[in-house]
Design a protein around this ligand. Structure first.
Ligand SMILES: Cc1cc2nc3c(=O)[nH]c(=O)nc-3n(C[C@H](O)[C@H](O)[C@H](O)COP(=O)(O)O)c2cc1C
Length: 411
């Protein structure tokens, strides 16, 4: 479609798509389709009147989520409107009826859509649709002026054209493509990594002792996967080199599964090329084992009998190569942009700075081992040679903050 952004521009974003009771509701089914195609998760919400115009089954089938319409639904754990606000990166009301405009202008919260708009943390985008005389009426215009003055919702449309009964005038809902473009803009979706190759490592490495035992660590891979997903959404070609993790591959990302540090090294070498010429950025979010067992036992090792000799077991370990420092040492001219992660239990910034210098990397994301493992949010410090920026946000937001820095260096 002309003017459409990258097909995965909304990957990882959750959008509450609210329909109110106007004939233009049929167009919002196609809008849902556009959002899903762009990688968004779409939560359909309807007023009671909206469900007179389009079938709930159509939207729930398309979005693979039940349609929410009842604030009083006791099957919903907690307060539906508040929970929805928490999970929404954007609330869209399309179509927005004259009646909903009036309720929004008054700050009413008498159904799920109105309450969600009032409690939303995210931007709220509304696409009015009504007969031109309804739109032109001083009461509606007063409501629109109030909403504009409050500055809490963004309007897209209405536009001139034929409305439901064939009359022509200003009141027709903007086309789904125009609403889609406004959503992309409201979410600040960017394509600043188009044409770039970003390599990301994620998850733990595990070092096998025998066919059933290994040495590992507590990394889940969520941070690296968030970086991969965000980089893809910004237009990059992404290679994700992942240690063992339960996470599913973000759409459009090339994934290479590895197990040990040495396997990860080989996969990085293959992705970067002999002169590091194949990648524009390397983000090393994996927790790579510092040591591996000196020997691998091909058969399961038996437990020695209890007693003096069997009560203490020593395992000889060999040092693994430092993958980050290895790339840092071979790099010249600042390419690929190199990002490391540092998990510490104290003195975070000092340690991150030291890592930055010793390993010759551009950015180090430091986090405390007390935060971060397995959660969706994190508290980090992004350290470069000149600054240390503390950030408490979702892993996706942290990923985007990091990619802002990377895109800046690549520009
Ligand atoms: C056939 C039909 C079409 C309607 N189309 C519109 C419309 O396009 N825009 C509008 O503002 N109201 C329209 N209405 C009126 C709304 O459905 C009505 O005001 C309703 O209470 C809106 O509820 P809601 O805003 O909670 O969805 C229409 C009503 C009917 C019966």
């Amino acid at each position: 479609m002309p003017g459409m952004p990258d097909a995965l521009a909304l990957a990882g974003r959750t959008i509450s798509l609210c329909l109110t009771g106007g004939i233009a509701a049929y167009k919002s089914v196609y809008l849902a389709r556009l959002l899903l195609t762009a990688g968004a998760a779409v939560q359909p919400v309807m007023t009671a009147s909206a469900s007179r115009f389009v079938g709930k089954v159509t939207l729930s089938g398309l979005c693979a989520r039940p349609v929410l319409e009842d604030m009083w639904d006791s099957s919903f754990a907690g307060e539906a409107h508040v929970a929805l606000a928490e999970q929404s990166d954007l609330v869209v009301i399309a179509p927005t009826t004259a009646d909903m405009l009036a309720r929004l202008a008054q700050g009413r919260a008498d159904d799920l859509v109105a309450a969600l708009a009032l409690v939303a943390k995210s931007p709220v985008l509304i696409a009015p649709a009504m007969h031109p005389r309804m739109w032109a009426h001083p009461a509606t215009q007063r409501n629109v002026a109030t909403l504009r003055a409050d500055g809490r919702v963004r309007l897209v449309g209405p536009v001139e054209g034929p409305v439901a009964n064939g009359e022509v005038g200003l009141g027709r809902m903007s086309e789904p493509e125009a609403i889609f473009a406004a959503i992309v803009e409201a979410l600040g979706a960017r394509t600043d990594l188009a044409g770039k190759h970003v390599v990301v490592t994620a998850g733990p490495t595990v070092e096998d002792l025998d066919p059933v035992r290994f040495l590992g660590n507590r990394s889940t891979g969520k941070m690296g996967f968030a970086v991969a997903e965000a980089a893809r959404a910004r237009g990059a070609r992404v290679t994700l080199i992942a240690g063992p993790t339960a996470l599913s591959t973000p759409r459009g990302v090339d994934r290479v599964d590895v197990r040990s540090a040495l396997e990860m090294q080989s996969a990085i070498d293959a992705a970067l090329g002999p002169a590091l010429e194949r990648a524009d950025a390397l983000v090393m979010a994996a927790a790579v084992a510092d040591y591996r067992p000196a020997t691998y036992e091909p058969e399961k090792t038996k437990k020695p009998k209890a007693g003096k000799a069997g009560d203490v077991l020593s395992i000889e370990l060999l040092r693994n190569p430092d993958l980050l420092a290895g790339v840092g040492a071979r790099r010249s001219g600042g390419r690929p942009v190199l990002v490391g992660f540092a998990v510490e239990t104290r003195d975070l910034v000092d340690y991150a700075r030291r890592k930055l210098r010793d390993k010759r990397v551009d950015l180090v994301v430091g986090n405390l081992a007390t935060h971060g493992f397995g959660g969706d949010d994190d508290e980090v410090v992004i350290v470069d040679e000149a600054s240390a920026e503390p950030l408490r946000a979702s892993k996706r937001q942290i990923a985007d903050a990091l990619l802002d820095r990377i895109a800046g260096r690549l520009a």
